[in-house]
Design a protein around this ligand. Structure first.
Ligand SMILES: [Mn+2]
Length: 297
């Protein structure tokens, strides 16, 4: 059995099929994990979801910001509904696809190989145990009746008022040691590290940040190299408790980097929907696979 973690697919279903064929992927034996953003942009969002769902328990996917956008569209509070997501919303099987998306975890940790999969990143000051706790809590909120209201508020903070995002979500310096309560305090200002709004932003949107997870003020600046003074990519900082541990971090979301490959760091977004390539990390073999998508756009 092999486990392949696939980078941001973004509705490029043909790319996914080509990659699976290149990997000689064996449904029913091999495992397919995804870093999220399987939908939107490309024309094959429905097919991508259905192909991955069809693998049953051998497929796992973490929540990406575009999966959250899909839910926001379905729940009626997205500012605009992207054309590429409309076929999911109007499909006869839309209900089962949307409930599958709603239940996606925000983080996967394979203890056996010590591989952690997240869509965007982990704030540098979070211990792995804290990240796991935050991710679990987010998933519990999302599948609860409060899920839509939570996401609406998360979008409002993250998208509409970035200056508030910065003020309200700047984490407390000792935040990583907080014990999390069972409820989320929606509407509570300044809740720092215990804010699920900070956590959802970090796990699904983070690129550059400060050493204590401070976020950039303007969203538009997240992507540009060197545009956030004093802010480094989240993975450049030392992480507490990680000196002796050799956790492999696998992430997507940052196509502008065109992939990151270091000993314990695997950035898999290589822009497959924009004519780049689609990349997979094979966990057991600790190696990358890549196919070109340049003839598919
Ligand atoms: Mn993304």
């Amino acid at each position: 059995m092999s486990t392949y973690v696939v980078g941001d697919i973004h509705g490029n279903h043909q790319g996914l099929l080509n990659l699976l064929s290149e990997l000689e992927f064996r449904p029913g034996r091999d495992r397919l994990w995804c870093v999220g953003d399987i939908v939107n942009r490309g024309p094959g969002s429905v097919d991508c979801i259905q192909t991955i769902m069809s693998l049953g328990n051998l497929a796992r996917c973490v929540m990406g910001n575009h999966e959250l956008l899909l839910l926001a569209c379905a729940w009626g509070f997205a500012e605009t509904v992207p054309d590429a997501l409309k076929p999911v919303l109007t499909h006869p099987d839309s209900r089962s696809m949307l409930s599958w998306v709603r239940e996606l975890p925000f983080l996967i940790h394979d203890r056996r190989h010590d591989v952690l999969v997240v869509h965007a990143g982990l704030p540098p000051h979070w211990r792995l145990s804290h990240a796991r706790k935050q991710a679990k809590r987010l998933r519990n909120i999302m599948i609860s009746p409060e899920g839509p209201e939570f996401l609406r508020e998360a979008f409002a903070r993250s998208h509409n008022a970035p200056e508030r995002l910065h003020e309200e979500l700047a984490p407390l310096t000792d935040g990583a040691r907080h014990d999390d309560g069972p409820q989320h305090n929606s509407g509570a200002p300044g809740c720092g590290d215990n804010s699920p709004y900070y956590a959802v932003h970090a796990l699904t949107m983070l690129r550059r940040c400060g050493p204590l997870g401070e976020l950039a003020v303007k969203r538009d600046e997240f992507d540009g190299p060197g545009s956030d003074e004093g802010l480094e990519p989240w993975f450049e900082y030392p992480r507490p408790g990680s000196r002796a541990k050799k956790t492999h971090y696998v992430f997507g979301h940052w196509a502008a980097l065109n992939g990151v490959e270091r000993r314990y760091l695997h950035g898999l977004d290589t822009g497959c929907v924009r004519g780049g390539s689609l990349t997979a990390y094979e966990i057991e073999a600790d190696r990358l696979h890549q196919i070109s998508c340049s003839d598919m756009t």
